[in-house]
Design a protein around this ligand. Structure first.
Ligand code: GLU
Length: 304
């Protein structure tokens, strides 16, 4: 497969689109990002890499890190984890409180904010120091030993995080948060504050394309069966209430974040990350969606 020419073709097409979407502004720090940034990076399971544009510029990965916190919690708890949250698409906004009332504090899936808050609660309950141990976990899978939480992004989100505060307290009222909401929220904001470039992000998610093992050194992160299940969740719940559209147009498991990043994996083949900060009305990177649609169209490769 000539990935380089496919990526170039898809990149050029997307770059020429007039529309670029709108920056997320509800987290003040995200409103300061240069909206013209656009980068892509693909790594194959054989370790070949292809990058274009701003693929080495770091950006706020936001909700993409929810996949990584789920991975660590699932590794610790195994199937018991599904007593605390469900595996269904929500069909509502990522920060909606509506279904929590309907389902008595059980979040629909681990990628909506409520689900990610429950995952943070699980990690706090099961680890001596969730902040440090989660960071060590991500450092290991990303091969980024110096990775840090971004204090300015976490503080910025915290300054306006009223919905998440309400949500965490609401879940606690149903008994599905064990720790103090303030501690869970502090950890949640840190988890969302991680910054990576497309190159680093594609590498970090490589194990989802590689049966649960890191591409760089073959080290197993999670069992094959958990890899399959998290990939299934990314396919069905990874794109807010546009997950159906992403499966329809792109046909790969993936996860987006309000920082304008998207990572997607083609199992047994590659992991790809794209970043363009402008979002479409559903909160997914406008150009990122278009680029990935072009990529799977031109390569004629998707899971379907
Ligand atoms: N930290 C963001 C929030 O809680 C994450 C949103 C996202 O990327 O989906 O609103």
């Amino acid at each position: 497969m000539d990935y380089l020419s496919i990526i170039e073709k898809s990149y050029r097409y997307t770059e020429n689109l007039k529309d670029r979407g709108l920056l997320a502004t509800y987290i003040p720090e995200l409103a300061n990002v240069d909206p013209t940034k656009f980068g892509v990076h693909l790594i194959t399971v054989d370790g070949d890499k292809y990058g274009l544009g701003d693929h080495q510029v770091k950006f706020s990965i936001q909700s993409i890190s929810k996949v990584l916190s789920l991975t660590l919690a699932y590794r610790i708890l195994g199937e018991k984890i599904w007593k605390r949250l469900d595996v269904e698409p929500s069909g509502t906004k990522f920060d909606s409180l509506i279904l929590l009332e309907t389902f008595q504090g059980i979040p629909r899936n681990p990628f909506v904010n409520s689900g990610a808050l429950v995952i943070c609660d699980i990690l706090i309950s099961h680890l001596d120091n969730a902040h440090d141990e989660f960071l060590d976990f991500v450092r290991d899978i990303s091969d980024l030993p110096d990775l840090k939480y971004s204090d300015h992004i976490a503080d910025s989100e915290k300054s306006m995080g009223y919905r998440n505060v309400a949500m965490c307290n609401f879940i606690k009222s149903f008994g599905n948060i064990e720790n103090e909401p303030e501690d869970v929220l502090d950890f949640y904001f840190d988890v969302c504050s991680l910054e990576m470039s497309c190159e680093q992000l594609a590498r970090t998610f490589g194990f989802f394309a590689n049966g649960g093992c890191k591409i760089s050194d073959g080290k197993r992160v999670i069992p094959k069966s958990q890899t399959k299940r998290i990939n299934a969740l990314m396919l069905t719940c990874g794109f807010y209430d546009e997950s159906g559209e992403f499966a329809f147009k792109v046909g790969l498991p993936g996860k987006s974040g309000v920082g304008g990043g998207i990572v997607a994996v083609y199992p047994n083949n590659y992991s790809v990350a794209v970043w363009s900060p402008g979002l479409n009305p559903k909160g997914n990177s406008y150009m990122g969606m278009k680029f990935l649609e072009e990529l799977t169209t031109h390569s004629e490769l998707s899971i379907f």
